[in-house]
Design a protein around this ligand. Structure first.
Ligand code: XMP
Length: 511
């Protein structure tokens, strides 16, 4: 079945993925492509959206898309830079703005009875983020709406299905942004809302059946949402020909290996649990540098996974839980590669020497869509709602070198913290939480005894994608009870602190 689909041309805006998520929320499938790599099969797209950009149309670095097969042919919505691009290169004028145009503004209609503005409230808040402004509309431009500081806030082109807006409909602060995208995509472009979790599951299972036939597939489960949902889709398609491997690296949460393994078996998955804790701990002995730890864990994972995969006769495919943000080709406004802060080791993508073909059933989905797809297959809500957990596990939450005793202490602390978050109904309000074991001993007093024991830091953050994060304002009473419980129950810890650093400048994990 061929879906209707929307093409989003990316000019490097920080909000491009947000546009895609808003379009998907309308149950419309869309893809992001760089502005200069317009797909060859352009006629298969039902509408096109141009994103914003950090670049100015007036600069020599201005980004020039080739819109010859789009303008006047496909319904086109140009946002921010896109709108300025249309103006600047089609007979209008763009100049540096005199007033700051960041943040909220209110929309005043110039033209009424426009499909584009239907059900948008006059005076509704829109979000601006630009330093250039459109002084003069392009040829055949018709002004639709203004704000106090921005005269040309929304316009259309006479005789073409082309619309442009200076503000950002995709951000939460544009209160009628969802309606505006609805008007453009559904009323004007007549795109069908045929992209739902159920249709995704049906279609993906059919495609996987056709692609994989009777081939055997191996998949590394991590206990996380992505690999679990990928496994479930494959299981529906090929049943016992899917061989799942769940490795205990000894760095998981307390009882996690046994609990999650049970859950996987209950889901009907053909899964083998491999306890390799001792191998991992041996490989990590004496290593205290965070990046060296990550690399040692990555290498050991490949070794263990490869050993197990080789036991399966004639396996042809390696399945991975790759999701859409990992495959979007990014447009760099500066031209340079971004700096590597941490080398994130993930379960997938590693054993390329195994010469397996790769299958990635989730590579068109955003994280929130993976959860919705999981829910539509009736997967357990607890499994789908789990906080992200790093591949190297507790190793990067134990600062400095690792021992089995340190892992035990941190598992106990983490279990108390996470269980309390759950019993206080705070777990689902937090994006990620965990405890760090610090390489610090401090003096305490318990009973009449002097103690000289470990300090742990608790961390709870809110975030949408882990790229930026803020600490969560957990109730004092919760922190008080949790700290007491940790110090009283976990032998070896006599001090608990709460991390109140945002990312940036700190990161979520301490290593
Ligand atoms: P940072 O510490 O970079 O973390 O702010 C951002 C998100 O990434 C996770 N993280 C990792 N995930 N392998 C992973 O699979 C890693 O090496 C790794 N390091 C950090 C972290 O838990 C957070 O969700």
């Amino acid at each position: 079945m061929q879906h209707n689909k929307v093409l989003i041309l990316d000019f490097g805006s920080q909000y491009t993925q947000l546009i895609a998520r808003r379009v998907r929320e309308l149950n419309i499938y869309c893809e992001i492509h760089p502005y200069n790599k317009i797909p060859k099969e352009i006629d298969t797209y039902n509408a096109v959206i141009l994103s914003g950009s950090p670049v100015s149309v007036r600069s020599i670095d201005a980004l020039h898309p080739d819109l010859s097969e789009i303008r006047g042919i496909k319904p086109l919505l140009a946002v921010c830079y896109g709108a300025q691009y249309l103006a600047h290169f089609s007979g209008g004028e763009v100049a540096e703005s005199n007033t700051r145009e960041y943040g909220r503004a209110n929309l005043e209609f110039i033209k009424t009875n426009e499909d584009f503005l239907e059900n948008i409230h006059e005076g509704s808040q829109v979000w601006m983020s630009h330093s250039d402004t459109i002084k003069k509309l392009p040829n055949k431009g018709v002004l639709l709406a203004s704000t106090t500081d921005v005269k040309n806030a929304a316009f259309k082109i006479e005789g073409e299905p082309t619309y442009a807006i200076q503000f950002h409909p995709e951000v939460y602060h544009t209160t009628d942004g969802h309606q505006l995208l609805h008007n453009f995509l559904i009323k004007i472009a007549k795109v069908a809302q045929d992209w739902t979790p159920q249709s995704f599951v049906e279609e993906t299972v059919e495609n996987l059946k056709a692609k994989l036939g009777n081939d055997k597939v191996v998949l590394g489960l991590s206990g996380g949402v992505d690999s679990s949902v990928a496994a479930m889709l494959l299981h529906k398609a090929i049943g016992i020909n899917l061989y799942c491997i769940f490795v205990n690296n000894g760095l998981l949460r307390k009882n996690e290996f046994e609990d999650v393994l049970h859950q996987y078996k209950d889901m009907g998955l053909n899964v083998k649990g491999v306890d390799a804790s001792a191998r991992f701990l041996d490989a990590l002995a004496g290593i205290s540098d965070p990046e060296t730890k990550r690399k040692a864990i990555g290498r050991m994972f490949i070794e263990v996974f490869d050993d197990e995969a080789h036991r399966i006769q004639e396996v042809k495919w390696l399945a991975q839980g790759t999701i859409y943000p990992d495959v979007i080709e990014s447009v760099s406004a500066t031209g340079g590669p971004s700096a590597t802060i941490k080398s994130h080791h993930n379960v997938g993508g590693l054993p390329d020497f195994m010469k397996l073909k790769i299958v990635e059933p989730l590579k068109a989905l955003f994280k929130d869509e993976v959860r919705r797809v999981g829910a539509s297959m009736n997967m357990d809500a607890h499994l789908l709602g789990r906080h992200p957990f790093p591949g190297p596990g507790l190793a990067i939450r134990i600062l400095g070198d690792l021992t089995a005793e340190k892992v035990r202490i941190l598992q106990e602390v983490d279990a108390i913290f996470i269980n309390n978050l759950k019993s206080w109904n705070l777990y689902d309000k937090v994006w990620q939480a965990g405890a760090m074991l610090l390489p610090v001993n401090s003096v305490g007093v318990m009973g009449d005894e002097r103690t000289y024991e470990k300090c742990v830091a608790l961390r709870a953050v809110e975030s949408t994608d882990g790229m930026t994060a803020d600490w969560v304002n957990l109730p004092y009473e919760f922190l008080q009870k949790t700290s007491n419980e940790i110090i009283n129950k976990v032998k070896g810890v006599n001090r608990v602190v709460y991390d109140i650093s945002s990312k940036p400048p700190a990161t979520i994990e301490w290593e």
